[in-house]
Design a protein around this ligand. Structure first.
Ligand code: GCU
Length: 417
């Protein structure tokens, strides 16, 4: 019963929205976004070289120091161990592998599906999952994860072996057969293998390995940066698998993991495409709009996600030297896709769109087109080129419609059609 409760919680928003939340567009304050294309010295950024060499490093260190925190790189000791191999998965359509990635005192289990009939190395979608690799698929051969609840109280007893009944519980968010049928592989890791997601979960994750007993600094990496670091370690593995085209890895994430995929793409340029779904506050949504969730809500409910420094903006959002357009802009010139859901007002769909639109001038420096309008498209009308965006009907979730757009986007940018 308890297990069922946890599953239901994970499937929903799992979080009460505070009274007084602004959902009224007419109450969005007037705001001016910090200038993306101006150096700290005040000089305008007019070409890709100046962006790349001067402005991008400024923007990156601002977001790193104030929001996500400084993460270490690859640890010198890392092992990859193939723990299972099924050459005839999904009725013979796929090769399925599980790989234990061990580094910095943690072992993360990567589940990898690759199309069986691939003519060469396959492009891959990589994303963290919320409920364990076994919840992504109903296939009985996938190891049941050791799962963590989301509160410190419930986590006192430590991680628990997931139950058989939770196999495939998140399968609707991971249409493996659709992905494979289009020639892509799918790679995923349970995010709590990197760090469990509750305030205090840090001590069970990768960060203490680097702290070595020292106190955390206000610009040290927080949980989102740790999960992004885990995605980079998955990439380290993918680069070593000859069945994978590591130059064509699209990193994808939903919600808090959509905030994570944006930071992963900003921090690690090996990700060729970045996809961020329903990422909201702290992700693609413009914080200054104060619509739906705001910085203070985020820092109050999830103090472990962002740095100590970020807390100083709880009441001073308008004073932040950055906003979501700068986070998204860091992905350029690589393609990025932002997706919203109509009923997901907590994540501020319009704010997500405006973040993507305001980031687009960076792509223009490279002669590419981003989102060339400030007018939000209607439902199911994907827009943009190197910066893609759609809003679909429905709630906070990942659906086949979303995946169909991302596959089309990846096909276009990977030159697959
Ligand atoms: C909460 C949180 C959001 C987050 C979401 C999720 O609703 O407030 O910021 O994106 O959980 O990850 O599901």
């Amino acid at each position: 019963m308890r297990h069922l409760t946890v599953c239901l919680m994970l499937a929903g928003a799992a979080f009460a929205q505070p009274p007084g939340t602004n959902y009224d567009e007419s109450k969005v304050p007037g705001y001016t976004l910090p200038e993306l294309l101006k150096l700290n010295s005040g000089e305008a950024v007019k070409d890709a070289k100046t962006w790349r060499e001067k402005r991008r490093p400024e923007v990156f260190s601002l977001l790193e120091g104030q929001m996500f925190g400084k993460a270490p790189g690859r640890h010198e000791r890392m092992t990859f161990e193939l723990t299972s191999l099924e050459p005839n998965a999904l009725g013979g359509k796929a090769v399925r592998k599980e790989i234990a990635i061990t580094t910095a005192g943690k072992t993360m289990s990567l589940l990898l599906y690759l199309p069986k009939d691939a003519k060469g190395p396959a492009p891959v979608f990589l994303g963290l999952n919320f409920q364990g690799n076994h919840a992504v698929t109903k296939e009985a051969g996938v190891k049941l994860a050791m799962t963590w609840p989301r509160t410190a109280k419930e986590a006192e007893a430590g991680a628990k072996q997931a139950l058989e009944t939770s196999r495939g519980a998140a399968a609707s968010r991971w249409p493996v057969e659709l992905i494979l049928s289009k020639g892509y592989g799918l790679a995923t890791i349970y995010y709590c293998d990197i760090e469990p997601d509750f305030n205090g979960g840090m001590k069970h994750g990768v960060r203490p390995h680097y702290l070595r007993g020292k106190a955390e600094a206000p610009d040290d990496w927080a949980a989102i940066a740790a999960w992004a670091w885990g995605l980079s370690r998955a990439m380290d593995y993918l680069e070593n698998d000859r069945a994978v085209d590591a130059k064509k890895v699209a990193v994808m994430g939903h919600s808090r993991l959509g905030k994570t995929s944006l930071w992963a793409g900003a921090a690690d340029e090996r990700f060729a495409i970045v996809i961020s779904n329903n990422s909201g506050e702290g992700g693609a949504a413009i914080s200054r709009r104060m619509f739906g969730e705001n910085v203070k809500n985020l820092n109050t409910s999830f103090p472990h996600w962002f740095t100590g420094n970020y807390k100083q903006y709880n009441e001073r959002v308008a004073e932040m030297g950055f906003d979501s357009h700068m986070l998204i802009g860091l992905i350029a010139p690589r393609p990025v896709y932002i997706a919203s859901a109509e009923e997901d007002r907590w994540a501020d769909p319009r704010g997500e769109f405006l973040g993507a639109a305001a980031a687009s001038p960076v792509w223009r420096l490279y002669g590419k087109k981003g989102i060339e309008t400030d007018k939000m498209p209607g439902l199911h009308e994907p827009v943009g080129d190197a910066v893609g965006y759609h809003i679909r009907a429905g709630k906070h979730d990942v659906t086949d419609y979303d995946w169909e757009q991302w596959i089309r986007f990846a096909d276009r940018h990977f030159g697959r059609r």
